[in-house]
Design a protein around this ligand. Sequence first.
Ligand SMILES: NC(=O)c1ccc[n+]([C@@H]2O[C@H](COP(=O)([O-])OP(=O)(O)OC[C@H]3O[C@@H](n4cnc5c(N)ncnc54)[C@H](O)[C@@H]3O)[C@@H](O)[C@H]2O)c1
Length: 349
Amino acid sequence: MKKVRIGIIGIGGISAKHIDELLKCENAEIVALCDIDEKALAKGREKTGVSIEKCYTDYKALIADPDVDAVEICTPNHLHAEMARAVLAAEKPVNLEKPIAMSYQQAMTIVEAEKQSTAFGMTCFSYRYKPAVRYAKSLVDKGYIGNIVGINVAYLKSSAFWEGRALEWRFEKEKAGSGVVGDLGVHLIDLAQLLAGKVVSLCSTYKTVVKERPTLDGRGIGKVTTDDSCSFIARFACGAEGSFHITRCAIGHANTIRYDVYGDRGSLSFDLNDPSVLTVCRPTGDPKEATSETVKVPEEFYLMQEQAFVDAVLGKRDVHFPTISDGAESQKIVDAILRSSECEKWQEV
Ligand SMILES: NC(=O)c1ccc[n+]([C@@H]2O[C@H](COP(=O)([O-])OP(=O)(O)OC[C@H]3O[C@@H](n4cnc5c(N)ncnc54)[C@H](O)[C@@H]3O)[C@@H](O)[C@H]2O)c1
């Protein structure tokens, strides 16, 4: 069996998830790692067994390695565009973490690089690979709930209040681009557009709740320059409306993602704390009497994100494969959310 030989750039928090899944893929092999932090590299090496000669501190060396067929990028947001363009220029497929860029304009430079390349890119919209999401999408596509009229979404975390949490890159605008909007919001926006089609206009508000944090060297206090809570309402091209609350200030929630999708013939709900079930409601008589039922997601809706990337490299693309253009589309909405919050007005997307 042909194995895709993978190199990973950025061996921090999310790379652990990539590595765990890749180690489960029979047709993939992790052959190279790159990080500017030697400790992170050593940890990655221990987990993957990659040889010391294939552990790089310069991402360009990993991309140029002839033993690397495809590359995964798990670095902070401000590095994504430059690194992804370099991978595509080397004619290698790239799996790029979200948000793919710092702005829509920058995201389009990756779309352009992909057009010039024989290779392709994937956006790590991991929630597309939750079974409940894939099952919901198939039911929506089959018309199970009729035409979508509304979506209600919450992404709740309490991570803004973790004791002693330092001024990491994600709290700095020049490295992250935005806070919860780009970090968590892009996932929700992508799912909303997957289920209900394009968002055409929106009105939003965001704020920074924890305004200062200890600097990484522990010697001082620095200013937080990204948002940590945001709400917006949106109109979709299909006529549906949506309401979204995205926050890292919800004590009691480690990582709650709740989605309610209302159609004119039924409704669907999922809570990604348990992605193996979907709550469905399709009244046969008067909707006043309707009750919801929670059902187990059938086996056919299970697929790992990393398996989908490896399969795509081998020429078999999953039907809901998140492309680089999908990443750019979500980035367009992120930009509109930031504009709307800043000028306190509705924005066309
Ligand atoms: N898909 C998801 O659900 C999900 C979840 C968490 C994070 N992410 C995304 O993953 C990315 C990384 O987030 P994280 O939480 O793992 O961050 P992190 O800070 O834990 O890890 C980033 C790693 O990149 C390394 N790095 C920085 N500059 C580098 C360079 N020039 N070359 C090589 N390595 C470099 C850092 O040393 C660090 O080890 C972000 O874009 C984030 O939005 C996605």
